[in-house]
Design a protein around this ligand. Structure first.
Ligand code: AMP
Length: 444
């Protein structure tokens, strides 16, 4: 299957091949023909599947097919509106529209909060055909008379589950109401909880359901594992694992902003070029950090979930869950940052005994028991003997007698030795292409 066979117009096919895409991804092959026809779409797909082009290409195709005269000035009356949860994602979607539409005479504009609005007002005066926006700032600008949605022909909701998680439901309802009933609507979500189905029922008309991966399944190309480690030993273990030669472009997730900053400081002290990206950083600092990561100047980016949502960086070799996410679906989002567009990737999770219940919830969601300590290079389906360690229960905690807490014993913190949790010692050699694990030793 080629892009040409999907009946996309020649300027679009040319732009796409310039992006280096030779064949459509699965979601593109399914979504593009339906969207070109004008059908509504309900897409269940994780990031990394090529879903941005799956909606951007047909939107561009349809807009270019019947061009409309622009009227310069306010209010802007876009013909396509794309809503997404974060500024980073908005920027990336906008950049995709610019890239895929480079041979078309269409204009695009991106709108998000946290920055001065005057530049956005100027761009809006240029009569954009497509507006990519986060819901809050979009509504502000609508209320101030800079935008009207009465000419919207296609409405796209991207990462809808995240928008709901972030409390945007009322904003979304208001925005959808302002668009014509005759519009085409596409809704994409990585997961399909009941709240998304309700929203979909309300705003989509006889949608084609497109699913490229089973709900919440994790990409097969991702080699996942979990390391059981005491909380205080995590920085040391991370530093150790980051030094493996095959660990190149790495995203590390922490639960809190403070945790991200603290970790970056520690990594830098160990000579690792790391940067943090989270909600307390200014937009400029976030953009700078992301650019440095994308260009390879920074090898390790430490992020919180909200800040990481829009990160679309190719070639992430490793994702580390420094903290296990409390929400199991967040795990799927996090590890989806690696193994994008057919590449392979490694996802390593550090699990302290307190986090064992969250790990169990993840394993239930993805239907797989994660390999422990990189011992196996594939997810294992609950094999006898390993299951206990792979899905630890609260009472699996190493007994104080064998794993004394540093506070109580006065000793230095140390990693729990594999034998203490009933596992054989490490394989003597690690496989190429995977992070090396070394025998436990005292942290210092
Ligand atoms: P997305 O799921 O939209 O975030 O896309 C993930 C990555 O896949 C992006 O970096 C795109 O540039 C890339 N991509 C999208 N479509 C294709 C394609 N047909 N062939 C190769 N790479 C693609």
């Amino acid at each position: 299957m080629t892009f040409h066979e999907l009946r996309l117009s020649e300027p679009i096919v040319r732009a796409v091949s310039q992006e280096g895409y030779t064949n459509p991804t699965a979601i593109q092959a399914k979504a593009i023909p339906a969207a070109i026809k004008g059908s509504d779409l309900l897409g269940c797909a994780q990031t990394g599947t090529g879903k941005t082009a799956a909606f951007a290409l047909p939107v561009l195709h349809r807009l270019a097919e019947n061009t409309r005269k622009h009227s310069i000035g306010h209010p802007a009356r876009p013909r396509a509106l794309v809503l997404c949860p974060t500024r980073e994602l908005a920027t990336q979607i906008f950049e995709s529209f610019v890239a895929y539409g480079r041979y078309l005479k269409l204009r695009h504009c991106v709108i998000f909060g946290g920055v001065s609005q005057s530049r956005q007002e100027r761009h809006l005066a240029n009569a954009p055909d497509v507006i990519v926006a986060t819901p809050g700032r979009l509504l502000d600008l609508i209320n101030q008379g800079f935008i009207r949605l009465d000419a919207v022909e296609t409405l796209v909701l991207d990462e809808a589950d995240r928008m709901l998680d972030m409390g945007f439901i009322n904003d979304l309802r208001k925005i959808v109401k302002m668009t014509p009933d005759t519009r085409q609507t596409m809704l994409f979500s990585a997961t399909m909880p009941a709240s998304i189905r309700t929203l979909a029922d309300r705003i989509l008309r006889e949608p084609e359901f497109i699913q490229v991966d089973p709900v919440a399944s994790t990409a097969k190309a991702i080699q996942q594992s979990v390391h059981r480690v005491e909380k205080g030993d995590k920085p040391h273990l991370l530093t150790e694992m980051l030094s493996a030669p095959e660990v190149e472009r790495t995203l590390v997730f922490t639960r809190t902003k403070h945790g991200a900053d603290k970790l970056v400081k520690g990594l830098r002290r160990s000579g690792i070029h790391a940067d943090a990206i989270h909600g307390n950083k200014s937009q400029n600092a976030r953009t700078r950090a992301l650019d440095a990561f994308r260009s390879g100047r920074t090898a390790v980016l430490v992020a919180t979930d909200v800040a990481a949502r829009g990160i679309d960086v190719d070639g992430i070799t490793h994702v580390f869950n420094f903290d296990i996410p409390m929400d199991p679906e967040t795990y799927v989002h996090r590890i989806g940052r690696t193994a994008r567009a057919g590449a392979s990737g490694v996802a390593v999770s550090f699990c302290s005994i307190e986090e064992a219940p969250y790990l169990r919830a993840i394993e239930r969601l993805i239907g797989t028991t994660l390999a422990v300590d990189g011992q196996s290079d594939r997810p294992v389906r609950k094999p006898a003997g390993v299951a206990v360690a792979a899905a630890p229960r609260a009472n699996d905690a190493p007994k104080p007698a064998t794993a004394p807490s540093p506070a109580r014993s006065g000793q230095k913190r140390r990693r729990v030795h594999r034998s203490e949790v009933g596992l054989p010692s490490h394989p003597t050699k690690s496989k190429p292409g995977k992070p090396r694990t070394r025998p436990a030793r005292s942290a210092n």
